[in-house]
Ligand binder design. Structure first.
Ligand SMILES: [Zn+2]
Length: 118
């Protein structure tokens, strides 16, 4: 790992764990809701409304799953000492950027480059 201040890395790691916990618990409560058969209202209009909000929840659930994967991989990189290395160019990601986006895999230059080519 690059020479990041230990305290900052400690703080980032704590934030990653907290974030992971939050997303997992949010998804768990959504899972419980998805399994609740009573959510289907007998009335047609209610049901249409339920379906729209359910779609939004499924979308959110899937977004959370993706985020959980990137957070877990960041936690793993902290453990193995590979944290903060840009996965595209291998350069050091600035500590400021890591503090703002603890789960990022790319330095700012590569992020811009990748966004432009997307
Ligand atoms: Zn890079």
């Amino acid at each position: 790992m690059f020479n990041y201040p230990r305290e900052e890395i400690h703080c980032i790691s704590a934030r990653l764990h907290f974030w992971l916990c939050q997303l997992r618990s949010e998804n768990r409560s959504m899972e419980a809701k998805f399994q609740d058969v009573n959510r289907f209202a007998p009335d047609y209009l209610d049901r249409a409304n339920n379906e729209t909000s359910e779609q939004a929840e499924i979308f959110r659930y899937n977004q959370n799953l993706k985020k959980i994967a990137t957070i877990r991989s960041a936690i793993e990189r902290v453990k193995t000492g590979n944290y903060g290395i840009c996965m595209f160019c291998g350069a050091e990601i600035s500590i400021k950027r890591l503090m703002a986006m603890p789960d990022t895999n790319y330095c700012i230059e590569c992020m811009i480059e990748l966004a432009n080519n997307a």
